[in-house]
Ligand binder design. Structure first.
Ligand SMILES: Nc1nc2c(ncn2[C@@H]2O[C@H](COP(=O)(O)OP(=O)(O)O)[C@@H](O)[C@H]2O)c(=O)[nH]1
Ligand SMILES: [Mg+2]
Length: 229
């Protein structure tokens, strides 16, 4: 997480929290369409906008705060079931996606979760990192559905993930809600981590290499950025 006001280069500084969001999941589940729907409210059946695009930014307001979301898309590498480390590095939020009409994409969620935990270096446990599970293509007819909503709920409970939703990038159903819920989860976990850190930072409890009492390290579970306040 970086406070975005340092990046406005000469314009009136507006305080917006920059969050990196990665969308993981099998090829074909609709990751690029979800990003296109969220960032530009656009759905293109034959879209190739993944190619050459690493990320897109969109600023939204949640609970009176401004967030600039840097949404990272893959360039098709997910078809090899593995992404390169820089893709994961510095992620603040991870969206795990599947398509409700594709059971194998649902079965592969665990693989994507494990890959993220490994390469993004999540150390504090799944329940302290903001994951969001998204079952896309909720518009398909019930006869084509292969993953019931109950199974999504059950999988998330089993894997200690608190936030999940079904979406349709095609019909614009729950897409903004999915991103907003993920940011809300980030914010809740960030505040919780700060409270815990505050309890830990009794002046007698923590001294950092001779630094004055005002200098403290801030390294939350979610942003994993370290800065001197
Ligand atoms: N029915 C339906 N099709 C979708 C939806 N989102 C994406 N698709 C289609 O699924 C295919 C793969 O989408 P894409 O975004 O390229 O998937 P990606 O490989 O995960 O990035 C495309 O043909 C899209 O038109 C959706 O919400 N509903
Ligand atoms: Mg794509």
């Amino acid at each position: 997480m970086v406070e975005d006001n340092e990046r406005t280069y000469g314009r009136t500084p507006s305080k917006s929290t920059l969050l990196k969001i990665v969308i993981l999941g099998d090829g074909g589940v609709g990751k690029s369409c979800l990003m296109g729907r969220f960032v530009s409210n656009h759905f293109d059946d034959h879209s190739f906008h993944t190619i050459g695009v690493e990320f897109m930014n969109k600023t939204i307001e949640i609970g009176g705060s401004s967030y600039t979301l840097q949404v990272w898309d893959t360039a098709g590498q997910e078809r090899f079931k593995s992404l390169r480390t820089p893709f994961y590095r510095g992620s603040d939020i991870c969206i795990l996606s599947y398509a409700i009409d594709d059971r194998s994409s649902f079965s592969n969620l665990k693989m994507w979760l494990n890959e993220f935990l490994h390469y993004a270096g999540v150390k504090n446990g799944i329940e302290k990192f903001p994951f969001m599970v998204v079952g896309n293509k909720s518009d398909v007819s019930s006869k084509d559905r292969e993953v019931p909503y109950e199974q999504l709920k059950h999988w998330c409970e089993e894997n200690k993930i608190a936030t999940y939703i079904e979406t349709s990038a095609k019909n614009d159903n729950n897409v903004v809600e999915a991103f907003s819920m993920a940011v809300q989860r980030w914010s809740d976990l960030d505040q919780k981590a700060e409270r815990e850190l505050g309890m830990f930072q009794h002046p007698d409890a923590l001294t950092l290499h001779g630094a004055g009492p005002a200098a403290t390290f801030r390294s939350t579970c979610c942003s994993r950025s370290t800065e001197v306040l």
